[in-house]
Design a protein around this ligand. Structure first.
Ligand SMILES: Nc1nc2c(c(=O)[nH]1)N[C@H]1C(S)=C(S)[C@@H](COP(=O)(O)OP(=O)(O)OC[C@H]3O[C@@H](n4cnc5c(=O)[nH]c(N)nc54)[C@H](O)[C@@H]3O)O[C@H]1N2
Ligand SMILES: Nc1nc2c(c(=O)[nH]1)N[C@H]1C(S)=C(S)[C@@H](COP(=O)(O)OP(=O)(O)OC[C@H]3O[C@@H](n4cnc5c(=O)[nH]c(N)nc54)[C@H](O)[C@@H]3O)O[C@H]1N2
Ligand code: SF4
Ligand SMILES: [Mo]
Length: 742
């Protein structure tokens, strides 16, 4: 027998936004251990329990490895050529007969975590040329993208707390101690929060649940779900009223400051206190602390976005940061400068076109397009409702909306009625089981990796790339190749297209736009690579730290990053205003008219009574959205899909600890689920919590481990018709429910 061959490989973890550097031991082409990479300049050895599950995912017998085509209602394995031929045969006639909008697409969360998907999504979408583009963004962060776009001129110019230098961090509606951060790439949040406190700084958390982040905090307040806009408006009103506003260096770079005093006159702390469930003294006190602390930042995330006033709230977070002199200042909320793919490093600095919404509207609800997308919660009605523009076919890419989006039952029933559906996914699950053709996505360990999105939200600037850890399995296509083939079919160029030539053609067009007369030379410099790797090399070299194709000899390129697996540190965040701005005025828009109108609408809602009981979600360390419940290392152990109930509420509703409860949504067609009750005094009375992403009880899915402990689907009781009207984002928290013993 030959001696086992062992090697060490490095890979950035693609499982969440923290983007930790991993060190993997590979013995005879099998991963034998996964550890944190101590020499990683960004994550410094930190990992969470999910990283180890990359091995489970790679080896999971349920993971799809061959295309599946549905014949007479049953899936049969097919070759890639057969699968693409079937797609061409069925998709193209739908486009021809019913028009381009008859084909919809949904991009799911993992598509942002894989270079082969994120860098080819736009190519695919352009080829599909439909208005029916949906994604996880409208059940997640679209409000923050919209408020950032309106204030700073770019959808992804989102400031993040400079946590290593701040002295006061206020967190609303986020639980980075578990989620590891979102729109804020911050591995080891826990360690950084402890360091903040060790240097005398303070952490304040505002949440309807005393969550794991609150346990690290100096100060915690329960807030009534959905009341953050009122709370933050109370802070702004206090700053204005007590003359605490200090713009500092930004004074010459803002517009609209004079519009604020009249707009906030209704929101005195004493007036909003009851709406928030937080005393006026605490609101005024926090406003004063923010104003008086030299280095402070307010951060809001999922809980502040997935509510009716999501965009309003997201704006108010940054308005408070500006008014207290903490935006774009060290220790405040700052704009990262990513080494590649950041729109706020392209084009003329300091001015731009800004953002617009509503260039078209959804056909049935009339919801405005935002960032080129329609609200995911509109998809079911767009499939169900006859008439011109009706959605008759769907392509899902790494998405599981039947579990992830409100009222999946209705969506599932709609998917069943489609003329044709294709999914690119790693599992046959609650959503992909409705497809006619399922194409297998690759195991992340088989892909070279560069995070195109997350360095735009990094707690510091860094550049890292990873080589593939394992060779691609025989016969497995890379996901970018799959997307190009789908693009070729959708644009009428046929499934048989030469993928490499097609890729050259598209990349040449990009280079032409970027480099004009120099484009031939640039293409030559990129020779030897193709697919996402070539796009990464191009973006790095043309980017703010790039080698500019030789003009900056010690600048970045992909070779350099691949030769440095621990990455290259590009320093602490640095002030970027006005260069970062892309608004038409070249200033930060403090009072966009759309948001002032929304603020006025909120005044009508100041006296809304609290519903008897509302539900919120939660995340857990050993789980990620809807798809990691089939991985043995994560799935083992106790039932985690429990309904957290405050003991007082339990008494009111006759629930027992460990017993079962029926949770039903409000309204005539109330849907219900059953879950195990767990008493918790960490819950605000009147609020219960169930994690999302569970409910793996579909008979025809193929996830054997997940099916053994299916859990209850939170989204089954949520309502697909309530949205933040500005961003189209779903309301996932603070929804009225009833509970009873089951
Ligand atoms: N009630 C409630 N609902 C929520 C949330 C909440 O807080 N509360 N959170 C929301 C948020 S923030 C998000 S982002 C969404 C997420 O919702 P989705 O975008 O639907 O994402 P996931 O649930 O993570 O499902 C990911 C899908 O991608 C597949 N997949 C995994 N890895 C790969 C891969 O490498 N390649 C391919 N091709 N496929 C892959 C999985 O099998 C699964 O089908 O859920 C949202 N839903
Ligand atoms: N382990 C793990 N990590 C993950 C994920 C996962 O599923 N599991 N998902 C990833 C994804 S896709 C995302 S988007 C991020 C999200 O990361 P975070 O933004 O940190 O989201 P959550 O952990 O859901 O925390 C949201 C918090 O908002 C609170 N909340 C609910 N409603 C309200 C409200 O009205 N007001 C206020 N102030 N708070 C409210 C909840 O109680 C909860 O504590 O996490 C990512 N990381
Ligand atoms: S926190 Fe965990 S899942 Fe997220 S990137 Fe790091 S190791 Fe991966
Ligand atoms: Mo998300």
């Amino acid at each position: 027998m030959s001696r086992p061959q062992t090697r060490i490989a490095h890979r950035i973890c693609p499982l969440c936004e923290a983007c930790c550097g991993l060190e993997l031991t590979v013995t005879d082409e099998r991963v034998t251990s996964v550890r944190g990479h101590d020499a990683d300049v960004f994550s410094r050895g930190y990992i969470c329990p999910k990283a180890v599950a990359l091995k489970d995912l790679h080896e999971d017998p349920d993971r799809l490895r061959k295309p599946l085509v549905k014949r007479d209602g049953r899936f049969v394995e097919a070759s890639w050529d057969e699968a693409f031929a079937e797609i061409e045969r069925r998709l193209v006639p739908i486009q021809q007969q019913h028009g381009r909008d008859a084909v919809a697409t949904v991009f799911g969360n993992p598509s942002v975590h894989k270079a082969g998907l994120i860098l080819y999504l736009s190519r695919f979408a352009r080829a599909l040329a439909t208005r029916n583009v949906y994604s996880a963004s409208t059940i997640d962060q679209m409000p923050k993208q919209l408020s950032s776009g309106l204030m700073f001129g770019e959808w992804l110019s989102i400031p993040v707390p400079d946590i290593e230098r701040t002295q006061l961090l206020v967190i609303l509606g986020a639980n980075p101690a578990v989620s590891n951060g979102s729109l804020w790439t911050v591995p080891d949040f826990r360690g950084k929060a402890k360091a903040l406190r060790a240097r005398g700084g303070r952490l304040v958390v505002i949440d309807p649940r005393r969550n794991e982040t609150a346990e690290l905090a100096d100060e915690f307040h329960f807030i009534r779900p959905g009341a953050d806009a009122f709370f933050l408006a109370g802070i702004v009103a206090t700053l204005l009223d007590e003359s605490l506003v200090r713009l500092g260096r930004l004074a010459g770079h803002v517009n609209g400051i004079e519009q604020l005093a009249p707009a906030f006159s209704q929101f005195a702390a004493e007036r909003v206190a009851a709406r928030c469930g937080i005393g006026a003294d605490a609101i005024r006190g926090l406003a004063r602390s923010l104003a008086a602390t030299e280095r402070a930042a307010v951060y809001g995330r999922l809980g502040t976005c997935t509510q009716e006033f999501g965009t309003l709230t997201s704006w108010l977070v940054d308005l408070v940061n500006v008014l207290t002199g903490h935006l774009d200042e060290p220790g405040g909320a700052m704009f990262p400068r990513a080494p590649a793919f950041a729109r706020n490093t392209l084009g003329a600095p300091g001015k731009g076109r800004g953002v617009a919404t509503g260039r078209h509207k959804s056909r049935v609800a009339g919801a405005p397009e935002v960032f080129g997308e329609l609200p995911l919660t509109c998809l079911a009605e767009e499939i169900e409702t006859p008439g011109p523009g009706q959605v008759r076919a769907l392509i899902t890419l790494a998405a599981n909306p039947v579990l992830s989006a409100p009222n999946g039952k209705r969506l599932g029933a709609a998917l069943e009625k489609l003329d044709f559906m294709v999914s690119l996914d790693v599992y046959l699950n609650e959503t992909t089981r409705f497809a006619d053709v399922v194409l297998p996505g690759s195991s992340p360990l088989e892909d070279q990796h560069y995070d195109a999105a997350f360095p735009q939200f990094g707690y510091r600037n860094a550049a890292r790339a990873s080589a593939a850890v394992l060779p691609r399995a025989a016969g497995q296509l890379a996901e970018w190749q799959v997307l190009l083939r789908l693009a070729a079919i959708a644009s009428g160029r046929g499934a048989g297209i030469d993928i490499d030539k097609f890729d050259d053609e598209l990349t040449e067009a990009d280079v032409q736009r970027l480099a004009g007369e120099q484009s031939a030379a640039v293409m030559k410099a990129l020779a030897g690579r193709r697919g996402p790797e070539r796009l990464v090399d191009l973006a790095l070299r043309a980017g703010p730290y790039g080698d500019r194709f030789g003009l900056v000899p010690d600048g970045l390129d992909l070779d350099k990053l691949l030769a440095t697996p621990g990455g290259i540190d590009l320093g602490a965040l640095a002030p970027r205003v006005p260069e970062v701005l892309r608004t038409p005025s070249g200033r930060i828009e403090l009072a966009p008219s759309m948001l002032l109108a929304e603020l006025a609408r909120a005044t009508q809602r100041l006296d809304d009574p609290a519903p008897d009981l509302v539900i919120i979600g939660r995340r857990q360390v050993r789980s990620n959205n809807s798809w990691m419940h089939n991985l043995p290392t994560l799935a083992k152990g106790r039932n985690r899909c429990t309904l957290l109930v405050h003991p007082e509420d339990a008494r009111r509703f006759g629930l027992t600890d460990g017993g079962r409860a029926r949770v039903s949504g409000a309204g005539a067609t109330a849907r219900c689920v059953e879950a195990q009750v767990e008493f918790s005094d960490a819950m605000m009375p009147g609020v219960v919590s169930l994690p999302h992403g569970w409910g793996h009880d579909a008979q025809d899915a193929r996830m054997s481990i997940a099916a053994a402990q299916p859990g209850a689907n939170l989204n089954a009781v949520l309502d697909e018709t309530t949205r933040d009207p500005l961003s189209g984002n779903a309301v996932l928290n603070g929804v009225a429910v009833a509970v009873s013993a089951a």
